[in-house]
Design a protein around this ligand. Sequence first.
Ligand SMILES: [Zn+2]
Length: 61
Amino acid sequence: MVDKACRNCHLITEGNVCPRCKSTDLSDDFSGIVIILDPENSQIAKMMNVDRRGRYALRVR
Ligand SMILES: [Zn+2]
């Protein structure tokens, strides 16, 4: 399985559909991974507008 990042919300997934926003616009060309474990209390999560746990790409091309 190849990890891919959603171009829409930056969530990293192993599937072909983003489980967060249901977008199929995924890219395997991304850089920087942020792991959000506690979106309620994470400044990074707020900065990235993230509301669920998961791995997110900082940059998706
Ligand atoms: Zn998405």
